[in-house]
Design a protein around this ligand. Structure first.
Ligand SMILES: [Zn+2]
Length: 75
């Protein structure tokens, strides 16, 4: 029996609108499924991020070095 959220009138099963006030009856689905994210092992991801950062820093350093005269690779 869907009960009106507004006026509390009990409506027949399957009713979409309240017979008392005309408010649209909203049938709330059970939210039992908790969208809990699976706990991933973040240590592996962190290592990858750190490695990526190190590589990035090395690339930046290499670029900066090439701009400094006398430090870059002389051909
Ligand atoms: Zn109502």
């Amino acid at each position: 029996m869907p009960e009106c959220q507004k006026c509390g009138t009990k409506n027949p099963e399957g009713a979409q609108f309240c017979s008392g006030c005309g408010t649209k009856l909203t049938i709330f689905p059970r939210l039992e499924k908790k969208t809990r994210k699976p706990e991933k092992n973040n240590s592996e991801l962190k290592i990858q991020v750190i490695l990526a950062l190190i590589v990035l820093i090395l690339i930046i350093v290499a670029i900066l070095m090439s701009f400094i005269p006398g430090v870059g690779i002389k051909i």
